[in-house]
Design a protein around this ligand. Sequence first.
Ligand code: ZN
Length: 439
Amino acid sequence: MPQNVVAYVTLTLLCCATRLAAQNPVPVTAVRAARMLDVTSGTYIPNPVILIAKGKITDAGSGLAIPPGAAIIDLPAATLLPGLIDAHTHLMARMAEGNQNEKYILQLAGKSEAYRALEGAASARDTLRAGFTTVRDVENEGSGYADVALRDAIIRGLVEGPRMQVATRAIAATGGYFPERLSPDVPSFPRGAQMVTGADEARRATREQIFYGADLIKVYADFLDIASPNTTRSLHATLTPEELRAIVDEAHKGGHRVAAHATTREGIRNAVEAGVDSIEHGTDVDRELLTLMSQHGTFLVPTSAAYSDGYETATPARQAELEPTMQALRAEIAMAKDAHVRLASGLDASTGVEQGKNASEPVSLVRLGLTPLEAIRASTTSAAELMGWQDQVGSLEKGRFADIIAVRGDPLTDITELRRVTFVMKGGTVVRQDSETKQ
Ligand SMILES: [Zn+2]
């Protein structure tokens, strides 16, 4: 094309684009409230205005001018916070109460993957409406790749739910995960994780899971054999250091992170030395291992609510029973803080009742010694860092997704305010607004 024609066409296109932009300006939404928590500084910003366009925050601060024509959402008495993050959940898991192994077998035998995907969609909606706009789903308990389907359906707006990173099937040593003690007559009975033996199989499983859509890899570094008819329970490291190293190497090559279920000292050490990004549970972690984690930059996701929830309302007899566990947990959290190990909050929801109760974990972390601000950071900025999404979620700053929640009270003095979320916005779209927010 001759140069003058190119210039003419370019100019015409530019004019058209400018005229179109003037006719159809990008819609702007402004959210106003009584105050906004700046999670990074730990201070409240009074009379905040958050400006939103194309699902992202374009500006946020006190008393900002609102452009003419903007849609305004007024929450006059509310405290705004960033959308919360649950770094350890299982949206597909809706186990019944009772014997853990038996209920696991029943779950796999009685529910199709399709049905569990739909249960996952219900859990996703409950989780989002509770104010958790992002989750790290650390394995779907035998639902194949249904979590990939759920993640993608949420992205495409087919179902309502949080932003998800999914681990798909998880990797365990052969025999090192539920269900246990299956009859050898049903070798094809579904498993709760992909079982491997040897570094090559571990590497193959990692490649397969990433190929089918895993964002991160979950490994079981140790496991408690609870179904043995011999009364001696054997809790021990399962995947070998070589297997763990192969998984971490393969995952990290493509920028995928590795989360390790580890409760024993040996399991924690094997996983940290292999280079995993987080220790999940970490029950028996001690000062030496926490120092090792700090040196490696490994996160700890304590999933403490499973042990401490309901402590305040328990009978004195039950409280006395719980006390040794509570003391151990308090010591663990204090040591982790001392060692500068970064903590991320995750409820480990695995029953129907727990889905959407994700705020129980930050509440539990405060019960065990974190300040409310530290627990909120574990549920926002710190969890976002663990996921590698710190530039996208976890704070109310320019350029982040407009994931915003509101509560009525002061979460810096009463962390249980996180249980009473009254407003949820994800990516600029309101998914929940209770009538009381209008006062
Ligand atoms: Zn879990």
